[in-house]
Design a protein around this ligand. Structure first.
Ligand code: URA
Length: 443
């Protein structure tokens, strides 16, 4: 298999050695890989070369466009409401899209949300949604506009017709350590989002140990890159940089994150999740044309308090084949056979609750995938009992671990060994939700 005389090996070698490839070569790689004519082992090597050597903006533009046009681009011109979506760059316990989409839909905005599965140590919206019995994350493109008109929201994944290149590359990156790369993350996210025919996009760019970008500087580069791609396609983008040094909320897993999302739709849920969800909803209303922040806040609060957002969630689950009884009663979600209490080794105040180590432990427990072929276990996961700023006594739970397989439990506990720091000086910890939003970039 070759590109005008060059073999894939030569293209990999060029990228490995830090040289730029012409747009035609990048388009060729995307189309051949999508058609299963480039094997995974060569694509993995190519992706790793991108992780190490990056891409020029010309390369990134060609690569993103090729991914975007690897399948259909939705035509949602028949949808009269403004179409606004949100995407996160990936975190631990980050279930915000799940309550957010129905809240924004209840405010009269169309949310055509195309999400991803777990990636590396981070969780994925699609895996979480699939813990609702029967829920299908695929919708026929011809039904998409109808569902958006009727309900104001659709939550789907990449498919054989919608950005199939990202579907394949995403799964490969998950299993080959090729996630943390500005061009690979930007092209993956923006190809999906630009295929949705949007009027505006909100990006949650995570920063910290549990994010792929560990520093504000790296996250700013990623945010600016994605805002720039949006600008070139005429799509307004707002990017908020948010703190991912500890997991969001208490639940880390799949089914348990759905339960926590439903709590938010019922007006409860953990403070950090509620705050971010409301802030993101307000930003999406602003992208949709609302001019006044106070009015946007009031509309979002009303959507939650009136139960309208919860009702949209019930209708969404029903429309996509899921069992709505699960939303009415989250005890019906899958549950694990066993529970283990991870106890605090000493008394004091929690000064670190590490999102990365907890995310890795979640993958080991079975909440994520170790290889492309693995299924996730929707029932396993953690309830984090001690977060930064909490005062804890020796022997009290740091986390409750729901598990099905003893050997996976042991492996997860090993990963958790260094996840918490506990200081004896109770004045040592920062406020728990201090610095939740670390910056913003707008087009
Ligand atoms: N979300 C995506 O869709 N892709 C990435 O690469 C990271 C987060």
């Amino acid at each position: 298999m070759n590109f005008t005389g060059f073999t894939m090996v030569e293209l990999i070698t060029t990228k490995r050695d830090g040289d730029a490839l012409p747009p035609d070569a990048l388009r060729w790689i995307i189309s051949e890989y999508t058609a299963d004519r480039i094997p995974d082992y060569q694509m993995s090597a190519f992706l790793m070369a991108i992780v190490f050597n990056g891409m020029s903006s010309t390369e990134l533009g060609a690569w993103t466009d090729a991914m975007l046009h690897s399948g259909d681009v939705l035509d949602l011109s028949a949808v009269t409401k403004p179409k606004i979506d949100k995407h996160s760059t990936g975190g631990v316990g980050d279930k915000i899209s799940i309550p957010l989409a129905p809240i924004v839909a209840a405010c009269g905005i169309a949310v055509p949300m195309m999400s991803g599965r777990g990636l590396g140590h981070t969780g994925g919206t699609l895996d979480k949604l699939e813990s609702i019995k029967g829920f299908s994350t695929t919708i026929d493109p011809s039904d998409f506009a109808d569902q958006l008109d009727d309900l104001g929201v659709a939550m789907v994944g990449q498919s054989e017709t919608l950005v199939p290149a990202d579907r394949r590359i995403y799964a490969l990156r998950d299993a080959t350590g090729t996630v943390p790369s500005v061009p690979l993350i930007s092209s993956s996210i923006m190809s999906k989002k630009l295929a949705e025919d949007l009027d505006g996009l909100l990006l949650d760019v995570k920063v910290g140990s549990g994010a792929f970008m560990k520093t504000v500087e790296e996250a700013t580069t990623l945010a600016e890159t994605m805002v720039g791609i949006g600008e070139r396609h005429g799509t307004p983008v707002t990017a908020l940089l948010t703190n991912m040094s500890q997991p969001l909320g208490r639940a880390v897993g799949n089914a348990n994150e759905i339960a926590e999302s439903i709590d938010v739709l019922r007006g409860g849920g953990p403070e950090d999740i509620r705050r971010l969800t409301v802030r993101f909803a307000v930003e999406m209303l602003l992208l949709a044309g609302e001019r006044d922040v106070d009015t946007a806040n009031a509309r979002v609060t009303e959507a939650i308090d009136s139960g309208a957002a919860f009702e949209v969630m019930v209708a969404l689950v029903q429309r996509q084949g899921g069992d709505p009884a699960v939303i009415e009663n989250t005890d019906l979600l899958p549950s694990a056979a066993h529970e283990h209490v991870l106890a605090a080794p000493r008394s004091g105040v929690v000064t670190r609750c590490d999102a990365y180590e907890i995310g890795v432990a979640g993958v080991r427990l079975g909440a994520g995938r170790a290889t492309k072929k693995d299924d996730v276990d929707p029932a396993v996961g953690f309830l984090i009992e001690a977060k930064v700023g909490d005062v804890i006594e020796k022997g009290e739970p740091l986390a409750l671990i729901a598990y099905n397989d003893e050997s996976k439990l042991h492996s997860a506990i090993e990963a958790l060994a260094g996840a918490w720091d506990i200081a004896s000086d109770v004045g040592a910890a920062p406020a728990p939700t201090e610095g939740l939003i670390l910056g913003e970039i707008r087009s």
